[in-house]
Write a protein that binds this ligand. Structure first.
Ligand SMILES: O=C(O)CCC(=O)C(=O)O
Length: 298
């Protein structure tokens, strides 16, 4: 599948775009069943892959926004999905042939208790020493609208800088970040979608979503593609990154210290692209940082 010229232009202008993937309903249902199965089996909790993005995530209260990082590691059947092929083709159209597959994430908003996703820019989670070019695909695995947490965007917000972020309720233990100023939420555009509908945004587009007030769990499957980040031309500081102390990170660190690092590096092998010295240096820097954190922190 390819986007037509008008769609590409709208994505570049607004920073987001909704479209229908055309993936048959039985394949959407199969993706939903696979991901729902991983969530109900609590897969990946010990290693920090499963976490509650909107709670303190100590496992004592029902999770309000459970997410699984890299669900492909736990359900390899996700790797060959039509969704991956559709997303990859479109990502190549938008990012060029040097694109890389960065990550997949399963996003669950449990029926009735699924929490609001605060306004944020994905780049606020990233290392400010680099500049990014990425596209995130958000696939609806059931119909979504305002009642069950469809995505909402601030058009053209991707043309501005990374805005100041903090933590929901000022609690640095919470994984989610919240943009704390510099935008007008009244400009928000909601993106209701049918099952199999998809919305894409880039790393700087401001977005959020409401709570899930419906009687059915809301599931979305995210795929992220990027180009290798380049050094940022101007120094930037994201103070919220240094203050962030989540239970997910602690679990991940413990797991890596007890042998998980090798498993992690083995899984990462498919993401490393030895296309240039630049990509190699970037991947080596990331690996060195993972080892340094493991040795120094904990
Ligand atoms: O699904 C949601 O509520 C939020 C998703 C999100 O923030 C993202 O895909 O970047």
């Amino acid at each position: 599948m390819r986007l037509d010229a008008g769609m590409v232009e709208r994505f570049r202008a607004d920073g987001f775009l909704a479209f229908d993937t055309g993936i048959p309903p039985n394949e959407i249902e199969a993706l939903r069943e696979t991901l729902a199965g991983l969530h109900s089996a609590n897969v990946g909790f010990e290693e920090g892959a499963l976490f509650d993005a909107m709670g303190v995530d100590d496992g004592t209260t029902p999770a309000r926004f459970p997410q699984i990082l890299h669900p492909r590691s736990f359900a390899p059947e996700l790797i060959g999905s039509s969704y991956y092929r559709v997303a990859r083709d479109i990502a190549e159209q938008l990012l060029g042939s040097e694109l890389r597959f960065k990550a997949d994430i399963s996003l669950m908003k449990p029926a009735r208790i699924g929490e609001t996703t605060p306004w944020h820019q994905d780049e606020a989670f990233h290392d400010p020493d680099f500049d990014y070019d990425e596209v995130s695909f958000w696939l609806a695995l059931q119909p979504v609208d305002e009642t069950n947490s469809c995505m909402a965007y601030i058009p053209r917000s991707h043309k501005g800088p990374v805005l100041p972020h903090g933590f929901p309720g000022d609690d640095a233990r919470i994984h989610a970040l919240e943009c704390v100023g510099g935008f007008d939420a009244r400009q928000a555009v909601l993106c209701p979608l049918p099952a199999g509908g998809c919305v894409i945004h880039n790393q700087r587009t401001l977005h959020g979503a409401g709570p899930n007030l419906s009687d059915r769990d809301r599931l979305a499957y995210v795929l992220i593609f990027d180009r290798v980040p380049t050094p940022a031309p101007l120094a930037r500081h994201f103070p919220w990154r240094t203050e962030h102390r989540t239970a997910r990170e602690r679990r991940e660190l413990e797991w890596r210290r007890h042998g998980g690092l090798l498993v992690h590096l083995w899984r990462q092998r498919t993401r490393v692209r030895l296309t240039s010295v630049r990509t190699l240096l970037f991947d080596m820097r990331r690996a060195a940082r993972a080892v340094r954190r493991m040795v120094l922190e904990g």
